[in-house]
Design a protein around this ligand. Structure first.
Ligand code: AMP
Ligand code: MG
Length: 320
C-alpha cells in the first residue's frame, strides 16, 4: 500500500527558515498529532512559548476529538451514546453543532457519522482490500448525520453501530484553536501546517503575505502547481493522493461518498479551500471533493470562504 501524507507544503516558510536574516526571533515546533505531522512557526518576541503553547493546544484537541483515544469525548460518544444520551462539554457541543450545519448544507456529502465506512475500508491497514457490496451496504446503513441528536448538553446516536469520525474536520478546528493561542501570546506572524491544513498568520519576515504552494497531485512532494498569497487566512487541501491503495487497476482513496459507500468519484483529485475559518475550510474541502464543484456552486453563498481551487483527473486546475 502506498501511503502519502502530504498536502500543502510551505515553500515560503522553508525559504524563511533557510535564509533567516537572524533579526526576528523565531521558533519552529513540530509534533506527530491528529495522525499527521504538525508544524508551527512563530515570529517575534516570545515565539518559543507561543509555538509550544500552540502544540499543547493541538494535543488538547486531539485528546478530546480522536475516536481512537479511549478517554476522548468522541470515543465515549461512539461507545455509549446509543442506548442513552451522553453528556458532553460545551466545546464538543459547539463543534458538533457547526459540523452538523455543514452536513445539512452539503446534503450529507460531508457526514460526521462516516466512521462505519471508514472502518470497513480501513485504508490505513497494511494490505487494504475492496469490501464486498453487502458489507458496504451494511456499513452505509449506519451512516446518517440526521440521526445525531443534540439536546441539553448531551449527544445521542440514533442507530445501532453508528459512530462519529471528525477526521475531515478536527485538523481545521485545531488550527483555529492554535491560532487563538498564538494571538493570546501577542504573536501576529506565524505559519501553521497540520498535514495540509495551513494557517498563515500576519506576514512573512519580508513583511509581505505568505506564499503557499498547492501540492501538484501528480508531482513529487513539494512540487506545486500554483501559489496563493495568504495573510490571516487558512488554506486546506483534500486530495485522493494523500491516502489510497490500488486494486484491480483502480485507485481507492480515503474520502468516501456517504451515499454510495465507495470512495468519492466526482472526477477530482484535489480540492483546496481558502477562508478565515480553517474548521470550515477543512469540512468544505472534503465536501467539495464528494459533491463536485458544480453542485457546490449552488450552495457556496452559505459559507465564508475566499475561494477554492479544484484539480481534476486530467490534472487541470480551476479556481472558483
Ligand atoms: P480530509 O483529508 O480533510 O478530506 O478528510 C478525510 C478524512 O475525513 C477521512 O480520512 C475520514 O476520516 C473522513 N471522511 C471521509 N469521507 C468523509 C465524508 N464524506 N464526510 C466526512 N468525513 C469524511
Ligand atoms: Mg477536510
Amino acid at each position: 500500500m502506498k501511503t502519502k501524507i502530504v498536502a500543502l507544503t510551505l515553500f515560503a516558510a522553508l525559504c524563511m527558515s533557510l535564509c533567516s536574516c537572524g533579526k526576528v526571533e523565531k521558533s519552529t515546533q513540530t509534533a506527530l498529532l491528529l495522525d499527521t505531522i504538525v508544524s508551527v512557526t512563530c515570529y517575534g518576541e516570545g515565539s518559543d512559548e507561543a509555538a509550544n503553547a500552540a502544540i499543547d493546544e493541538i494535543k488538547r484537541i486531539e485528546a478530546i476529538f480522536s475516536p481512537y483515544i479511549e478517554t476522548s469525548e468522541i470515543y465515549n460518544i461512539n461507545h455509549n451514546a446509543h442506548s442513552a444520551p451522553v453528556k458532553v462539554t460545551d466545546e464538543v457541543m459547539s463543534v458538533l453543532k457547526e459540523a452538523l450545519r455543514i452536513c445539512a448544507l452539503t446534503d450529507g456529502a460531508f457526514d460526521i457519522t462516516i466512521k462505519p465506512l471508514v472502518d470497513l475500508w480501513n485504508i490505513k491497514a497494511e494490505n487494504p482490500s475492496v469490501p464486498s457490496p453487502d458489507a458496504i451496504a451494511e456499513a452505509k446503513s449506519k451512516v446518517d448525520w440526521t440521526k445525531v441528536e443534540l439536546s441539553d448538553g448531551t449527544v445521542r446516536l440514533g442507530a445501532e453501530g453508528m459512530m462519529l469520525d471528525l477526521g475531515g474536520a478536527a485538523k481545521g478546528y485545531a488550527a483555529d484553536c492554535a491560532v487563538k493561542v498564538i494571538r493570546d501570546h501577542g504573536i501576529k506572524d506565524a505559519i501553521l501546517d497540520l498535514g495540509g491544513n495551513v494557517y498563515a498568520m500576519g506576514s512573512s519576515e519580508k513583511g509581505s503575505p505568505w506564499r503557499i504552494g498547492l501540492q501538484d497531485p501528480d508531482g513529487k512532494r513539494g512540487e506545486y502547481f500554483k501559489a496563493e498569497e495568504l495573510s490571516d487566512l487558512s488554506c486546506v487541501t483534500s486530495g485522493s493522493y494523500e491516502r489510497y491503495f490500488e486494486s484491480g487497476g483502480r485507485i481507492y482513496h480515503h474520502i468516501i461518498n456517504p451515499k454510495t459507500g465507495y470512495c468519492a468519484d466526482e472526477g477530482l483529485i484535489s480540492v483546496s479551500v481558502i477562508g478565515k475559518s480553517s474548521f470550515e475550510a477543512d469540512m468544505l474541502s472534503t465536501a467539495i471533493f464528494v459533491m463536485g464543484a458544480e453542485e457546490f456552486e449552488k450552495i457556496k453563498d452559505n459559507f465564508d470562504i475566499v475561494k477554492y481551487i479544484i484539480v481534476d483527473k486530467t490534472n487541470n486546475w480551476k479556481a472558483y
